[in-house]
Ligand binder design. Sequence first.
Ligand code: WTA
Length: 633
Amino acid sequence: MINKINTLQEYHEAYQECIDNPEHFWHQLARKFIWRRPWHTVLEWDFIKPEIKWFDGGGLNITENCLDRHLETQPNKTAIIWESNDPNEASVTYTYKQLHAKVCELANVLKNLGVQKGDRVCIYMPMIPELSMALLACARIGAVHSVVFAGFSSRSLSDRINDADAKVVLTTDGSYRGAKAIDLKGIVDEALLDCPNVQSVLVYQRTNTPVSMQGGRDLWWHDEIAKVDTHCEPVIIGSEDPLFILYTSGSTGRPKGIMHTAGGYMVYTAYTFKNVFQQQEDDIYWCTADIGWVTGHSYIVYGPLLNGATVLMFEGIPTWPDNGRFWDVIDKHQVTIFYTAPTAIRSLMAGDHSPKSTHSLNSLRILGTVGEPINVEAWEWYHEHVGRGNCPIVDTWWQTETGGMMISPLAGITPTKPGFATLPLPGVQPALLDENGKEIEGNGVEGKLCIKFPWPGMARTIWGDHNRFRETYFSAFPGYYFTGDGCRRDADGYYRITGRVDDIIIVSGHNLGTAEIENAIDEHELVNETAVVGYPHPVKGFAVYAYVVLFAEAAGKDHDALRKEINESISAIIGPIGKADKIQFVTGLPKTRSGKIMRRILRKIAEGETDNLGDTSTLLDPGVVEEIMRGKV
Ligand code: WTA
């Protein structure tokens, strides 16, 4: 269906073609999809405003491309294989035909609830097939989905529901994660105390645990499905109409509702999936991400289904019931493409949870990684122990904001180098900028990673705050999209992402804003002031280090008890993923005379650096640095 690049030479040709005539390149690709209305302009863009439009004037429904189109050619091909948290629970499969019917039914239910084109629907669900169906059902009727990762707290959930002004929430009674059962509906109930505009909650029974159902608001999924049929005409929306909102942490406190539109995102996720994984007809593809993150949106739901692939969805965790679970699942379902995060690789590696001789793993053809820089050691372990030395690894660099992969090898085509995302995909024009905003040419250089030309999958705005969109991504280097990442381009022109250069910490692959965590800690009544930084952690990549100044009333309080309370506060406000690994109580923070916290110094101390603290002469009180160093935890 979509053109595939088959050789390194073809890659270089496509790359050049895309620079010489990007409109033609993307026009040819986009033509392969079902459009109900042709576009009049392939691309219009302005990185200053910023305003980006792809395939403007075009009309489509992405679910026709994910589902209906496959009904003619491969109705009985498996679309989804679902593997439960519990290895003893039977797997479930849906063919494209069955998935289509399920999505249409659910779309009809949403219509009955009054959901219309453009309305926002919040989805707070565990990794079950109904989650994929929920996204697709929204898209079927032109509604905008906003998935909230089901590990977020009720506060995070209500903030996101209100920011998007969602009127319907889809959830389940409960969820399973390893040995734990989580009361999801209870979390939703708590969140909705602060969400006056939510009219309906549709509840799928996953755990069959008792929940309270609020009359007039809460409805059982199965009851509503029983009232509808499996026919639902797709609602045609414009290329530039929103498809979804997905929240990601920002440098300032509030999360940003990244908004993606339908046409460009469709073309881009399908194109990148096909080419990066070099997907073949009979692949069984497994991405271990949660659909609550962008990786799940683009590479569990849209990318694979657009290509008619068979995608495995896993509800559980790598370490339960034992740490061979990933390998069991690969063998059980004969997975050919496996896409996971460096943090998962490192956690299995650290405990010597290598695949055993009882694991064959010989179905595997291609391995992928995403979410944070992969260290060379983890790359090599992955290559040797999981890939048995003969599966190419695609280290894919991209972001929620980019919609799809940007810098990555094409599996088996681009020669790889451990730790390197290698080369930009055709259509992606990276640039490294120096402190003065000047582009650094040539190889063997390092700078801030920007992109200088639009690509179809890029975000169009931050929901309800276009100004913040401009400020965050287009103002640091006018005329460029700024990624927030540092990057090195080596002598061969290969790219290696060195990590965030802003106040975002990636903990176990999850992006967290330092300000967001600081705000949560500040809510503790005994906390006066906080500064949070990240420090390198062998498994998580980075972990959270919090420097906390307490009020005088805290004198004499047990510090460990306080640490526990502070982490409980973070858990309640953000979710357990935001917890601090280290909390140091200090009497003051290093500040400049203008009152700015010198995070650079705090970062160095957290990293264990004591000598090379750099220039401290602008500090208001250099004495606090000494004290902080002495008290390091
Ligand atoms: C980081 C996840 C190095 C990077 C798809 C980026 C990576 C942020 C890689 C986006 C990689 C992602 N190598 N770093 N292969 N992939 N990152 O929005 O810092 O959750 O800016 O999107 O993750 O995280 P997000």
